[in-house]
Write a protein that binds this ligand. Structure first.
Ligand SMILES: [Zn+2]
Length: 84
């Protein structure tokens, strides 16, 4: 199961579970994903903050957590969180 944060054309965000990525694509194509706030079916995946660090994101300035367990914002030099 995958939990996706979704966003509708009206910029409402909500979370929904899917079996996998293909399940999401299928349901979206079938317009089976409905915004709980406005009923819109024009749904896309919202950007989840931890997944797109280092790509000039606009989702805030919080530092990524280190996979190695170092404090966020601290330099550990090697774990994947530093390679964004
Ligand atoms: Zn909506």
């Amino acid at each position: 199961m995958i939990l996706y944060r979704l966003i509708c054309a009206e910029k409402h965000t909500f979370d929904q579970w899917f079996d996998n990525m293909a399940d999401y694509d299928l349901k979206r194509d079938q317009q089976a994903i409905v915004c709980p706030e406005c009923g819109d079916t024009h749904i896309s995946k919202a950007l989840m903050a931890p997944s797109l660090t280092g790509s000039g994101g606009t989702v805030g300035r919080s530092e990524p957590a280190h996979a190695c367990g170092a404090e966020p914002g601290a330099g550990c030099g090697g774990c994947p969180a530093m390679m964004g």
